[in-house]
Design a binder for this molecule. Structure first.
Ligand SMILES: [Zn+2]
Length: 353
């Protein structure tokens, strides 16, 4: 099966800012960049041909980038109120879409001479400056009604699984529609246990607050919330504007941190402001709330309209902002790449298969 990609392109929100890659961004001692959540094949007009991943990563010294396959694209549409479900996959369609899109993603990675991060040793190489891509899936729709497809995904190179996204799936509730399961389902819990056993990092982004808390009870390994932000004042719910519905409560973010996990901050302009500097402030602030071991970048690259961070070169501006502000180099390293690397290695190392 296939989708009409042109329709998505035409229907996309306003085009993202063109990446502006400043010339001559030399660094005496480079700070390498990790990104817990990015896209290349999703909505918008940033096609691989226009924006090849190797060049994007090199322009900002990004060496550990999670490329997220969107597991429910064929069943989504963009509306004035955000992304909504337009249909339900028939049996076999979600795994077919997953395999098809994953093949295209891996082809682009191979064309770009980039390597996959498959083992803790690969993550160490990324930390040392060799670019690696982590294959992740946003919305585990492909599992359908049992956990067996997860081992298949692992064999294909996937190392992180985000439980839910924008369509109904049998794992649990997501943030932007009325909840129907009061959190996770039994299958959702089994998926977490199986990911832990296989050595795949579980990503709670898009889960409702209750689902996230239930996941933390089940998981034997640290979890991530790869992209959005944390609110101290609101209790996010599905009736709010999308970016507010998508936030994480501070109390739940702290539970993720207590379990050794990491929260990624997105560059959503309505939320974090319009510039790399305002984003830098928000990321640093979250580090103060949760501790500097528990925060990372989660750019949602190529899926956010007019983001504060439009390229990995922009994330180097964030690093320079922190350096100029006099923040400790060790903390900068943790936020820039170290925390993502640590939590990914922990999940991979727990493999019992
Ligand atoms: Zn997302």
């Amino acid at each position: 099966m296939d989708i009409d990609r042109r329709q998505f392109v035409l229907g996309a929100l306003a085009a993202s800012c063109a990446a502006v890659e400043p010339a001559g961004a030399e660094h005496a001692a480079p700070v390498f960049i990790g990104d817990m959540h990015s896209h290349l094949f999703f909505f918008g007009n940033n096609t691989p041909a226009k924006k090849p991943l190797g060049r994007s990563m090199a322009a900002g010294n990004a060496t550990l980038v999670a490329w997220s396959l969107v597991g429910d694209v064929p069943w989504l549409r963009i509306t004035g109120k955000g992304i909504k479900q337009k249909g339900q996959p028939r049996r076999g369609e979600a795994i077919a879409w997953f395999e098809d899109d994953l093949a295209r993603i891996k082809q682009h990675i191979a064309d770009e001479n980039l390597k996959l991060a498959l083992t803790p040793a690969d993550v160490d190489k990324a930390l040392a400056g060799e670019p690696h891509v982590v294959l992740t899936v946003e919305g585990a729709t492909f599992v359908e009604d049992n956990t067996a497809p997860l081992a298949h995904a692992y064999e294909l190179g996937v190392r992180s699984v985000q439980l839910v996204h924008y369509i109904e799936n049998p794992l649990g509730d997501f943030q932007t529609e009325a909840p129907q399961y009061d959190g996770l389902t039994d299958l959702g819990r089994q998926v977490i246990e199986e990911c832990n056993r296989l050595g795949m990092l579980v990503d709670l982004a898009h889960c409702t607050d209750i689902a996230a808390r239930q996941a933390l009870e089940v998981a034997t390994q640290p979890l991530v919330w790869s992209h959005s932000s944390v609110t101290r004042t609101r209790q996010p719910n599905w009736k709010m504007p999308v970016w507010q519905a998508r936030q994480l409560s501070l109390a739940t973010a702290k539970l993720i941190a207590e379990k050794g996990g990491v929260v990624g901050v997105w560059p959503m302009r309505a939320d974090v402001g319009a510039t790399p500097e305002s984003y830098a402030q928000r990321v640093w602030e979250l580090g103060e709330w949760l501790g500097d071991d528990h925060v990372a970048f989660g750019t949602d690259m190529n899926a956010i309209s007019r983001p504060a961070i439009a390229s990995y070169a922009d994330l180097q501006k964030v690093v320079r902002y922190w350096q100029k502000a006099g923040f400790p180099g060790e903390s900068i390293h943790k936020l820039a790449i170290g925390n993502f690397a640590r939590v990914l290695k922990t999940a991979m190392s727990a493999r019992q298969a």
